[in-house]
Design a protein around this ligand. Structure first.
Ligand code: MRU
Length: 391
């Protein structure tokens, strides 16, 4: 197996393709995003997921849409005047923003594109083509910047952890790190956030083992993180979500590293469901709990986690699992037969299912918040963070 990272998004010229994450790890199928509606659907249905990846997908969908429009003759109506363009692009950005509510990266990306639209329109002598070119440049930058900042975060967080463990009398080698959900190449434009930190430790020869939760009900852990870690040839062990306490009781775990969908000004962090319980258990076992997220995930406009909108997914999604038939069974073309299997009695979805996609971990359970600008820790005796130095 190759140890080069998986690719989740391909963008060449004006063609945007994403790997359909609903089919992973059994089938790698790239699907083309041919319209804004396609992008909205891909994000909402979680064919692409992960806070930075959905921001990249939305931005590149707009880039693709505008690039294609420039080539059409006669030009579409929305290229007739700056006013027409503003109305058209604003509507698109508002629509894309509604695809998923919790990850602020999507909002940050659409806000950045709207700001550039305003600036370009206000700039003297900018014609419609000039404004479109500006939007295309920003849309591409949102996706491209992600990989570099992930590597910066991984280094900040990885070096900090090594130092912490050494400071606590450890060697800083053989570090065992638990993560939740999927925060690697598939969840970002590349390298990853929390999984980036784990990858960095591995590259430095400092990682013992990565542990990861299956992350029910969507199984981002067992389907995607498992695939990423195996592809990168990083030693790893999967646990069920119910086993975090047992893991901490019976194995030496040096840190928990998670990504984030939105970090409030005080450090409260929304991330995949199951993160909060891992943080409670980490605190009980004195295990450092690290949030790794780009500046674009920090929402300084909200004071604390109570204001973070939490997405609830359809009840049905918690009643079924997706996968390949076991033992593997192939169709006439040699492809593995995939299936969605109900694990509940009929009628369960209608009878009642609690299915929040994210939970909020209070700042007081978080040891460090890492962005591409550095590592923030809580001041002695404080239960909240001052994140001003890392945003
Ligand atoms: O519902 P998902 O799969 O989009 O949730 C993803 C997560 O919660 C990730 O931990 C988060 O987006 C950080 S990804 C780098």
């Amino acid at each position: 197996m190759s140890n080069s990272a998986l690719v989740g998004i391909k963008f060449t010229d004006d063609k945007l393709e994403i790997v359909n994450q609903l089919l992973l790890p059994h089938t790698t199928q790239f699907i083309e995003i041919t319209s804004i509606e396609d992008a909205h659907d891909a994000i909402k249905s979680m064919k692409i997921r992960g806070a930075p990846a959905i921001a990249s997908c939305a931005s590149l969908a707009l880039v693709s849409h505008l690039s294609k429009a420039l080539k059409v003759s006669p030009s579409p109506d929305f290229l007739a005047s700056p006013d027409a363009l503003v109305a058209h692009v604003t509507q698109i950005l508002e629509y894309l923003y509604t695809a998923r509510p919790t990850a602020v990266n999507l909002g940050a990306a659409t806000a950045r594109l709207r700001a550039r639209l305003r600036e370009s329109v206000e700039a003297e002598k900018k014609d419609v083509k000039g404004i479109v070119d500006d939007l295309i440049a920003v849309g591409r930058a949102i996706a491209d910047e992600d990989v570099g900042r992930n590597k910066e975060m991984a280094k900040w967080g990885g070096d900090w952890l090594i130092k912490q463990v050494k400071g606590a009398g450890g060697t800083g080698d053989g570090l065992n790190v638990l993560t939740v959900c999927n925060t690697g190449s598939l969840a970002t434009s590349g390298y990853g956030t929390a999984l980036g930190l784990i990858t960095y430790l591995h590259e430095q020869g400092k990682l013992g083992k990565a542990y990861f939760t299956q992350t029910a009900p969507y199984h981002q852990g067992s389907r995607l993180t498992a695939l990423e870690l195996q592809t990168l040839q990083i030693p790893s062990t999967m646990i069920c979500d119910t086993m975090v306490g047992s893991l901490f009781q019976h194995h030496e775990i040096h840190a928990v590293a998670v990504g984030a969908d939105r970090v409030a000004r005080n450090g409260d962090t929304a991330n995949k469901i199951g993160t909060y319980q891992a943080a409670v258990l980490a605190a009980r076992h004195n295990i450092p709990f690290i949030v790794v997220a780009p500046v674009s995930t920090v929402d300084m406009s909200i004071a604390d986690g109570a204001s973070i909108p939490i997405e609830h997914r359809p009840a049905l999604e918690a009643c079924l699992v997706r996968g390949a038939l076991h033992p593997p069974t192939h169709d006439a073309t040699g492809g593995k037969i995939l299936a969605e299997v109900m694990i509940t009695p009929p009628g369960r979805a209608a009878a009642g299912v609690y299915n929040p996609s994210f939970d909020v971990t209070p700042a007081e359970l978080i040891t460090a918040v890492v962005t591409e600008k550095g590592v923030a820790t809580r001041d002695e005796g404080q239960v909240v963070f001052d994140l001003s130095g890392v945003v």
